[in-house]
Structure formats: structure tokens, C-alpha cells
Write a protein that binds this ligand. Structure first.
Ligand code: PEP
Length: 255
């Protein structure tokens, strides 16, 4: 069975004190367990302290929300994958829709970032997803396929299943309107099929595919119950400890 994963994407939110205290509450609670890994994607400047504070919690990770496509040099304001690895970061989000749209990151640049992440031993959380125009015109499958093939599918067969994919329809991010469970399952199954076609069945079975886009305490259980959904990437609701903890709980099987 694939391990379940919940990623919190804090984006550019929280003061230092707020970030430390939110991480403490999540790490101290039943946040993660044998069944589920919890990853917090925090602003760069908080990562080092957060790693030190939450180090003793099993299956609990502090991730970066981005990295640059080069190791070092004259790239003012950027942070490299090698820098992240040097402070113990293990995961990095690559290709979030806000990076694609606000910062004009295209698949070619994202492919380079993926290479750097892998070169330095980081697990990329690669985001893909269509916008509303693409969904309404029936181009959502083609869009996601293109994002995968140009941004991720160049990597070696032996490491694809180590990566994490997050399907995040742009129209569902931060809008309060989540995709329907049927739409999510349909796309996740499509993504898994593409992994099988490009790599192999074993990789397709192993790779975690998360859903992101207005996940909340109200819809988490239904979304996480979809066969090909292995967890979620949660933005807004990850900033409230009660909500985030109950979203994590919705992933646990009922025995
Ligand atoms: C996100 O940040 O990727 C996200 C899915 O945000 P939200 O949960 O707020 O829609």
C-alpha cells in the first residue's frame, strides 16, 4: 500500500513566532503516524529552525516551497537545492501554479529545477494542473500531460517513484471550490496511466499522487477516499492547526 502524505503549503504567511508555534502544535499532536507522513513547506528563512524543533517527530518533514535551477553564483535572492540539502531539507515543491503564473516559470525551467533537486538528493513535489479555461475547453488532460512530459518525465526510470506528484487544478487553489471527487479520481488515474506508459507499472503503482485545491475539513475525507489519491497538498487550511490536524486524521483508515 502506498504511504499517505499530507503537505502543508504555508506560502508567504506567518511571522517567525507564529510559524514556530504552529509547527510545534502540529508536531506535538498526533500529526503524523505510521500511516501518514506530514510535510510542512515553510518560507525559506524559517526552515532551519523548524527542522531543529521538529527533528524528533517521526515521518515529519520541513520542506521548501521552491528552489533555483543552478547550484550557486550571481542569482541574487535565489536559494539552491544544494543549500537546502546542506541544512537537512529533504523535500521541495517545484512548479506550484503560483510560481508558474506569477513568476512565469515554464516547464523547461522546472525540468532544470527537478534535475537540481534530484542531484542533491531532494524529493521533488512536482505540481501540475489546468486552469479554468483549459478545463472548460476540455484541454485539462492535455495540459497536465504536457506539464508532466516537459517538466518531469525526463528523469530516470529508477527514481520516478521516489518523486511526489501534486495534481492541483488552478481554479481550485485558494478559491474554496474544490474539484469533484470524480474529477480528481479521473485525473489521478490518468496521471498514473501516463507514468505506466512512460516508465513501468511498478513505478505507477508506487508514486504518491496528492490532490491540492481548497482541501478542507469538509471535503478531505471524500477526496482522500478516492482510489488514486494518496493525500493532499493543503494551502489555506494548513494555517489553522485544528483544521490541518483534522485533515491529517481524515487520511487514517478506520479499523
Ligand atoms: C496550494 O497552496 O497549493 C493550495 C492548494 O492552496 P489551498 O488549499 O488554499 O487551495
Amino acid at each position: 500500500m502506498r504511504k499517505k502524505i499530507v503537505v502543508a503549503n504555508w506560502k508567504m504567511n506567518l511571522t517567525y513566532a507564529e510559524a514556530m508555534s504552529l509547527a510545534d502544535v502540529i508536531a506535538d499532536s498526533e500529526g503524523s503516524n505510521e500511516y501518514c507522513s506530514v510535510i510542512i513547506a515553510a518560507p525559506f528563512i524559517y526552515i532551519h529552525d523548524l527542522i531543529n524543533r521538529t527533528r524528533s517527530q517521526a515521518d515529519f518533514f520541513i520542506a521548501a516551497q521552491n528552489c533555483y535551477s543552478e547550484d550557486k553564483g550571481a542569482f541574487t535572492g535565489e536559494i539552491s537545492a544544494s543549500m537546502l540539502a546542506s541544512i537537512g531539507v529533504e523535500h521541495v515543491i517545484i512548479g506550484h501554479s503560483e510560481r508558474r503564473t506569477i513568476f512565469n516559470e515554464n516547464n523547461a525551467l522546472l525540468a532544470k529545477k527537478i534535475n537540481k533537486a534530484i542531484e542533491h538528493g531532494l524529493i521533488p513535489i512536482y505540481c501540475c494542473g489546468e486552469d479554468l479555461v483549459q478545463r472548460k475547453s476540455g484541454r485539462h488532460f492535455a495540459t497536465v500531460e504536457n506539464q508532466l512530459s516537459e517538466g518531469l518525465f525526463h528523469i530516470d526510470r529508477t527514481i520516478i517513484s521516489e518523486c511526489i506528484i501534486a495534481y492541483e487544478p488552478v481554479w481550485a487553489i485558494g478559491t474554496g471550490v474544490n474539484a469533484l471527487a470524480s474529477e480528481i479520481q479521473e485525473m489521478h488515474s490518468f496521471i498514473r496511466q501516463k507514468i505506466k506508459d512512460k516508465f513501468d507499472e511498478d513505478s505507477a503503482e508506487k508514486i504518491p499522487i496528492l490532490y491540492g485545491g481548497s482541501v478542507s475539513i469538509k471535503n478531505a475525507k471524500e477526496i482522500f477516499n478516492c482510489r488514486d489519491v494518496d493525500g493532499g497538498l493543503v494551502g489555506g487550511a494548513s494555517l489553522k492547526s485544528d483544521d490541518f490536524l483534522s485533515i491529517i486524521k481524515s487520511l487514517q483508515p478506520v479499523f
